[in-house]
Design a protein around this ligand. Structure first.
Ligand code: G3P
Ligand code: CA
Length: 273
């Protein structure tokens, strides 16, 4: 056995996922089952779980009055009826109170059959996911204190993955709550300096843009103890490639498709790195 240092900070939840991933690539539903359902809504989360995703990824923003909500964009225009319901354009969630945001329709943009879906509060989103899958929270807005406090209050510190592109924010979370399972998000090629910066962060998983990850990055991250994850992988051949490369978790808009490809191909997957 190697005595090399393993800088990954592996929590019991990360260890459990690592064990699960020995048998199969874990499916992360990106914003829920977002190919069929409106992203970041309860119906999308429920459909992802029904499809067999082990994890459900979602984004967090914050309203003017401090409510943490499941939403990707800073503005509400793309995924809600805010323009017609409230008037104006480029309506920022940070400029509106929860009382206004909660009544918006967040489903109709995806087709008439999806009308009626709402922007969930973070609490509502977590409740919809946690009984059937592991929530993978991506912070877009909201302070470290607010997110940690909500997770503590909900009793979910040991059941949720928390990730961000903002590594300063991750460091703040780490200081507040060392028991959380943290992930570093990134997109640029993984050069030596980036690998070293990841090691200094104290995270359990590394979640990277699949287009820049080399197979030797995957091997190196595994050797250092990290769970690996790539986003956002949609074409069949890319999904198969990510599985073949031994990446532990794959984030996709097509969760049901990845579950099916995994079922078809898991017998032929090469030995993991
Ligand atoms: O969780 C990773 C992925 O979601 C990051 O990109 O823009 O879809 O939040 P984005
Ligand atoms: Ca995201």
């Amino acid at each position: 056995m190697s005595d090399a240092p393993r800088p990954a900070v592996i929590t019991p939840l990360a260890a459990r996922l690592g064990t699960l991933a020995q048998d199969r690539t874990l499916v992360v539903a990106h914003r829920g089952a977002s190919d069929q359902y409106p992203e970041n809504t309860v119906p999308a989360f429920a459909a992802a779980i029904a499809a067999g995703a082990e994890l459900v990824e979602f984004d967090v923003q914050v309203t003017r009055d401090g409510m943490l909500v499941c939403l990707h964009d800073e503005t509400l225009d793309r995924t809600t009826d805010a323009r017609s319901a409230l008037g104006g354009r480029d309506l920022r969630v940070a400029d509106l109170d929860w009382a206004a945001v909660r009544h918006l329709d967040a489903g109709a943009w995806k087709g008439p059959a999806r009308r009626g879906a709402r922007v969930p509060s973070l609490r509502e989103g977590l409740a919809a996911i946690v009984a059937g899958a592991v929530p993978m929270l991506e912070r877009k807005g909201g302070s470290a204190e607010a997110v940690v406090s909500l997770l503590r209050d909900a009793g979910l510190v040991d059941r949720v993955l928390v990730q961000s592109f903002d590594w300063e924010w991750l460091r703040a979370v780490r200081r507040l709550e060392p028991a959380l399972t943290l992930g570093a998000l990134g997109e640029d090629p993984l050069d030596a300096a980036t690998h070293a910066a990841i090691d200094a962060l104290g995270v359990a998983f590394v979640h990277w843009d699949w287009r820049t990850v080399r197979s030797e990055d995957v091997a190196s991250l595994h050797a250092r103890g990290y769970l690996t994850c790539v986003y956002t992988v949609d074409p069949d051949l890319a999904l198969l490639g990510a599985m073949a490369a031994g990446v532990r978790m794959v984030t996709t808009n097509h969760a049901a498709r990845l579950v099916e490809l995994r079922r078809q191909h898991c017998g032929s997957r090469p030995t993991r790195g």
